[in-house]
Ligand binder design. Sequence first.
Ligand code: NI
Length: 139
Amino acid sequence: MGKLSRFGVAMDEDLLDRFDRLVERRGTHANRSEAVRDLVRDALVESEWEDSDEEIVGTVTMVFDHHASDLSERLDSLQHAHHDKIVSSMHIHLDAHNCLEVLVVRGTSAQVRAIADGLLGTKGVKHGKLVLTTTGQHL
Ligand code: NI
C-alpha cells in the first residue's frame, strides 16, 4: 500500500446514517474508510474492464424454472456454444421447479459480458447477475 491520504466528504446525514449501518453489518474490522476504499476499488475495477482486452473472470448466477418450455435446452445450447469460455458450472435443484446455476466465465470483458447477456436475457430466467472479478494486482 502507498502513502495514505485523507480527504473530507460532505454527505447528507440520513445517507451517512444508512452507510454507517451498512458498515456495521460487515463486522468488527469494518469501518467507514475501509468501506469507502472497497467502493472505490469496485468502481475502478468496473471502469478498467469497460474497454480492456485483458482476460477477466466473471461469475454468472441465474435462477430459472426448468419446466418453462424449452428453457433448460436453450440455456444448455448457449453454454455448449461457449464451452471454451465457460470453465466451470454448478447446477442446484432448489425445489420441485426452480434451478440455480452458477457459471465461471473467462475471456475478454466483451466476451464475458456477451455470454452473460445471452444467458440472462433468455426468456424465462427469473433472476440473474454477472459479477466480474480480478486478482487485484492493479488495485
Ligand atoms: Ni435443476
